[in-house]
Every structure is written in structure tokens, then in C-alpha cells.
Design a protein. Structure first.
Length: 443
């Protein structure tokens, strides 16, 4: 299945984001009250609905600000800590009481302004048959985050934003694709670099050599190399974090006209608590994950062509290929959506009870057509970049923005953990990435 499906398909509890669902519930009341309005003047009804929606978002905006203040005062929000967000349970904010699974907010969110903007584009208040949807709320949250950073730059003439990171598939390019020369996102990434904002591609693709990343990001590195507006220092602010948090590569170019990514040795970037992981625990975790995947392949009667792939820091199950006598070519043997979900959720639950896995960090996710278990996670990938770019003054979560398409709360989405280390945009296509970057850089 494509990652777009992950955004639109939210009928199962493990797929739902409780904060989004809670907001949808609040918006349902004014929608229902005016769904079959007998008001002769439909414009009056629309204005009333818009006002009520806007008031709800204004109240949520206040709850978010209250939570940020509460977490800060109670020592629950440790922005400079390279490990996990710490919680010293001294009561709960109002938003935590209303949405118990809510995570951290690192910036305020101008939600009322964002709603009015999205409403002007999509006519949410005009609708009488279709209530505000999951995608409506997701877009409003994205727009609010973008407006926050854009407003800071416009009002105070400086960029609070110091680091922007991106997932690859479905965020920068189509699933399984690459960043070619004509990709419309490239000029915006160049503009981020021009504004002295560090840019990182934080991807689950776990290659330990730079050549594969150079191939998939060829259009971007050529644009950076050919740019006449970027200084060499700004060009060097482009990095790739591979395997979520396992391999770091940085852009380089030299006087011989060679350019691309060079490997950064692990000792130059690894976080202190990551050095405490025992290699035996890493190996045993991957061994156990591989054994679990083989068991699931048999139990779910997956096609014989389905392969188990073992890498240095990851293990996964991927679809194979078989000959199609009609098409007279090799075709991919796809796994069903339900099979992918069963695999990733079983793998996650099994590893959570495995002692060696509990002593390290790992990430299980559904890649759209395959399932992987990586050592580490995207939260660590972001923290690595925050510290690597600025060792003496690490970039804070409130100065970091991660753009990705996989934010389902449980098991199947590896961008979800990025919420622990920075602000996020939950997008559904490369086109949405371009739209949000345009707002970020031009608002």
C-alpha cells in the first residue's frame, strides 16, 4: 500500500491519532447543529459555523499554550536533553487530562488563524453534508506550525528555525522514486540552505555507503553544486541520516569538480547514550526480529518469493518477484495491507518484551510494501543532527521541523518518533511538502 493510504485510512484504533480525533469530535457539534439548517440565508449559516469552528480552534490554541507553560514550569520539558523527553509527574495539564496520549508541543500554534486560512481555501464551513475530516484537521495543524515559524521570521526578522529534516518516500518524491532534476521541492531546499537553515534527509533507507543516497538524491546534489547563491559553508549544511539514526553523510565538493556525500565517522556524531548500547544486544535484537519475521512468513502463508533481508543495523521482510507468463516479464508479488499490519504490530509487540531489545532503541515500521525493524529511530536521528550541527549550542526541538508522511501513533509509522525531538508536519504527498515549504518561506 502507498503511504497516502496511511493518512486516509484510519478506521482501526492503532491508526488513529487521538489529538486529531478529539478535535474532530469538538467540531462535530456545530456541524451537526447546522447540517440541515432551515436558515433562509445560507451565508448567515456559513458565518455562524465559521465563527464556531474558529472559536473552538482558538480555545485549543490556548490549551496548547497552557500545556507548554505547564510542562516548562514543572520540569517536564527538557529541550536540551539528548535522550528522551523527561516527565516528572507533578499533575497534568488540562490538555493532558482531555487527551491522555498527547505528546509534547515545542512551540505555540496559531490554530485560529490556520483554520481561517484553510477554510478560505477549502470551504470547510460551507459544507453541510461532510463534517470536518481527519485530513482537514491534519492540514490545519500543519498550517499552524508553518505560520508560527513564518510569523517569527516576519515580526522579529530572524529565523527561529535552524534545522529542517525530511523523510524521503512520499515526502520528497513518490514511493520508491528519487529526487530528479525537475522535482519542484529542490528550489525550496536550496532556499532553506540560503537562509542558513540546516537541512537533513532522515530516511529509513539503511545504506552504509553514500553512493545509493547520491543516486536517489541526484537532482538535489547537482542543484546544490551548481548553485551560485549558496556559499560553500551553506552547501555543507546538507546531510543525510540513513537507517533512521545509523549512518551520517554530509555534502562535499572540491576543486576537482567532485561532489556528493561523504561518510561522517560514527565517533564524530554518535550520542553519548547510544555508545552505551552493547553490540550483543543489537545482534540479539536483530536475530530475534529475523526469527519472528520468518515465523510470520509461515503463519500468514506469505508467497514463497517474499524475502527476509538482514543488514548490519536492520532486518526486514520484502516482496519478491515472479515471472508473469501473460506480461512476459518479472512482476512484484505484493503483500496485502492486512498482512503488513499484522507483521509490523506483531513484531513491535514481540520485541517490546524481549530483554535485549528493551536495553536499546529500535523502530518497527511498515514501509508501504515491506516491513522493517531498524536499530535506533528518527527521534535519535534528529537529535544526532541537532548536536552534530551545533555541538556547543545544540539545536532545540523548538528550532527543528521534521516533514514526513508516517505519523500513525502505534507501530507502523517511523516518523511518529520524530515528535519527541522536534516540531512536525504530517503530509500526504510530495505536493503537500512543496505547498508547506512555499508558505514557510514566503509568508
Amino acid at each position: 500500500m502507498s503511504s497516502r493510504y496511511r493518512v486516509e485510512y484510519h478506521l482501526k484504533s492503532h491508526r488513529k491519532d487521538e489529538f486529531v480525533e478529539w478535535i474532530k469530535g469538538l467540531l462535530a457539534t456545530p456541524f451537526v447543529l447546522h447540517a440541515v439548517s432551515h436558515d433562509v440565508d445560507d451565508l448567515t449559516t456559513t458565518q455562524r459555523v465559521r465563527s464556531q469552528y474558529a472559536e473552538i480552534f482558538k480555545d485549543i490554541e490556548g490549551l496548547v499554550s497552557n500545556k507548554i507553560d505547564f510542562d516548562s514550569r514543572n520540569g517536564q520539558l527538557e529541550e536540551n536533553d539528548e535522550s528522551e523527553v523527561k516527565y516528572d509527574l507533578m499533575g497534568k495539564s488540562r490538555l493532558n487530562q482531555l487527551v491522555p496520549t498527547i505528546g509534547s508541543f515545542f512551540t505555540e500554534l496559531p490554530l485560529e488563524k490556520a483554520f481561517l486560512w484553510e477554510d478560505s481555501l477549502r470551504g470547510i464551513s460551507e459544507r453541510r453534508m461532510v463534517a470536518p475530516s481527519f485530513n482537514d484537521v491534519r492540514r490545519i495543524l500543519n498550517t499552524a506550525q508553518v505560520f508560527y515559524f513564518a510569523d517569527k521570521r516576519r515580526k522579529y526578522h530572524y529565523n527561529q528555525l535552524r534545522l529542517v529534516t525530511f523523510d524521503g518516500d512520499v515526502t520528497l518524491y513518490d514511493d520508491g522514486g528519487s529526487l530528479d532534476y525537475t522535482n519542484p521541492v529542490i528550489p525550496y531546499i536550496v532556499k532553506l540552505l540560503q537562509n542558513d537553515i540546516r537541512v537533513g534527509i532522515v530516511t529509513a533507507a539503511g545504506y552504509d555507503e553514500p553512493s545509493q543516497y547520491e543516486h536517489r538524491l541526484k537532482g538535489l546534489i547537482v542543484a546544490v553544486h551548481d548553485s551560485s547563491i549558496l556559499s560553500l559553508e551553506q552547501k555543507h549544511n546538507l546531510t543525510v541520516m540513513g537507517g533512521e539514526s545509523n549512518y551520517l553523510f554530509r555534502y562535499y565538493e572540491n576543486e576537482d569538480n567532485q561532489f556528493g556525500f561523504r561518510t561522517i565517522e560514527q565517533h564524530e556524531w554518535i550520542l553519548s547514550h547510544m555508545t552505551e548500547w552493547e553490540q550483543s544486544d543489537v545482534d540479539q535484537t536483530l536475530d530475534f526480529a529475523e526469527k519472528t519475521l520468518r515465523s510470520l512468513k509461515d503463519r500468514l502463508h506469505l508467497p514463497d518469493e517474499t524475502a527476509i533481508v538482514r543488514k548490519k543495523r536492520a532486518v526486514g521482510i520484502v516482496p519478491g518477484e515472479r515471472d508473469d507468463p501473460v506480461a512476459q516479464r518479472r512482476v512484484q508479488v505484493k503483500l496485502e495491507r492486512e498482512q503488513l499490519e499484522e507483521i509490523v504490530l506483531t513484531l513491535q509487540a514481540t520485541l517490546e518484551t524481549f530483554p535485549p531489545a528493551r536495553r536499546i532503541k529500535f523502530s518497527c515500521f511498515d514501509g508501504g510494501s515491506d516491513v522493517w525493524c531498524d536499530i535506533g529511530g528518527k527521534d535519535l536521528g534528529l537529535r544526532v543532527l541537532q548536536n552534530y550541527y551545533s555541538p556547543l549550542d545544540p539545536i532545540k526541538p523548538s528550532q527543528t521541523l521534521h516533514v514526513g508522511d508516517q505519523f500513525a501513533p502505534v507501530g507502523s509509522a517511523n516518523d511518529f518518533k520524530a515528535r519527541l525531538a522536534g516540531c512536525t508536519l504530517w503530509i500526504a504527498s510530495p505536493e503537500e511538502t512543496v505547498v508547506n515549504l512555499n508558505r514557510l518561506l514566503t509568508e
